[in-house]
Design a protein around this ligand. Structure first.
Ligand SMILES: *Cc1c(COP(=O)(O)O)cnc(C)c1O
Length: 368
């Protein structure tokens, strides 16, 4: 028998979250962002739920091929554009739209021999300073693209660094408006945080929004808002079972480095999940976990294949945890109790994005 750990992907929640993103950006078309293998969920597993999207956005050409292989004939956008000249042949063959963020990509287009003119999203660096043309160089880049017979249509995009926080989007939005003023073409600026927090402004939501983390049921601005507060449902559950129960006395320690010491009698459960499953090793004593649907805490250090949890709150709730009892690391327990991935991420000093993306290959995945 395999280890009892498994992940479940909730199709209905994926579809509901897509609807939620749409409600926040009415009239805009929605890119379902499925980079990083759909934030660790698996492109093939999310595809049906996201068929209602207007397009799929991703980074990797192999992932674009997988979306086409699933039968998707609508738009696919390469968010970082092409990485080398021959990628343009695949763009033509698979009808991929692609971001253009640097001169080298324009050079490749200019040298590209194609039957099929390309649809591109010119990217403005509005202040994040990762990818894109600076405001000073944006319009000349546009003019250069516009003169190419290889280019059919030019849209405009930028990416916000602070849509989730107090800095907000005002300065970057202003830079985008100035740089793109009077230029024809569709516009796309919003990620999930901007969709939820700023897309009530019709200008900001533009023609296309790019919904990522919200589709996967995590709040981009946790803890200011929770996923439930945004009406987003968890799309991934990581669950396992107890392998053993230990009865500690005052002074007894748990796990590597003896980082946790009991100050009185304490019952501890040992669960079959560790950092080799994608559970964060930085999760420390106090990280929330559900046992038999009852909220309790991790104690001691996360090891490769096991974690240890405090069973006292579970007994106190009237359950009798033992070998085989269900343990929910994040997501939805069998009885319906929810442990938001964002709370686990916060306790481990990271974000829900990283936990989803890190789900390990050895964990079997089911769908419901
Ligand atoms: C990943 C990504 C998104 C989606 O971001 P979320 O915060 O997950 O919504 C949007 N736009 C670009 C360019 C991205 O790379």
């Amino acid at each position: 028998m395999p280890r009892p750990i498994s992940a479940r992907i909730h199709s209905a929640a994926l579809a509901a979250n897509l609807e939620r993103a749409r409600r926040a950006a009415p009239d805009a078309r929605v890119w379902a962002v499925v980079k990083a293998d759909a934030y660790g969920h698996g492109i093939e597993r999310v595809f049906d739920a996201f068929r209602a999207a207007d397009g799929f956005a991703l980074l990797d050409l192999a992932e674009a091929e997988r979306v086409r292989a699933l039968g998707w004939r609508g738009p696919i956008l390469l968010l970082e554009g092409v990485f080398e000249a021959r990628d343009l042949e695949l763009c033509s063959r698979l009808s991929l739209w692609h971001a253009v963020h640097c001169d080298e990509q324009i050079d490749m287009l200019a040298a590209h021999k194609t039957q099929q003119p390309q649809r591109v999203f010119l990217k403005l660096n509005s202040g994040m300073n990762r990818l894109g043309f600076t405001p000073a160089r944006y319009r000349s880049a546009w003019a250069r693209l516009n003169a190419l017979t290889q280019v059919e249509e030019i849209s405009h995009m930028t990416h916000f660094s602070d849509a989730d926080g107090p800095r907000g989007i005002a300065a970057q939005w202003q830079a985008f408006c100035t740089a793109t003023q009077d230029l024809p073409g569709e516009r796309s600026v919003c990620n999930s945080a901007a969709i939820l927090r700023h897309a009530h402004d019709q200008g900001v939501r533009g023609d296309w929004v790019r919904a990522g983390i919200a589709l996967y049921g995590s709040a981009p601005d946790f803890p200011e808002h929770s996923a439930a507060g945004w009406e987003l449902a968890p799309t991934m559950t990581l669950s396992t079972r107890l392998l053993a129960v230990q009865h500690l006395q005052a002074g007894d320690c748990v796990g590597y480095g003896s980082r946790f010491r009991a100050d009185g009698p304490l019952r501890i459960g040992v669960a079959a999940c560790g950092y080799a499953d994608g559970y964060p090793r930085h999760a420390d004593t106090g990280t929330p976990v559900l046992v038999a649907g009852v909220r309790t805490r991790l104690v001691g250090r996360v090891s490769m294949d096991m974690v240890t949890v405090d069973l006292e709150p579970v007994f106190a709730a009237g359950a009798a945890p033992g070998f085989g009892t269900e343990v929910t690391l994040w997501g939805r327990a069998e009885g319906g109790a929810v442990l938001p991935i964002d709370e686990v991420a916060q306790a481990a000093g990271t974000v829900g994005y990283e936990l989803m993306c890190a789900l390990a290959r050895r964990v079997p995945v089911q769908m419901d």
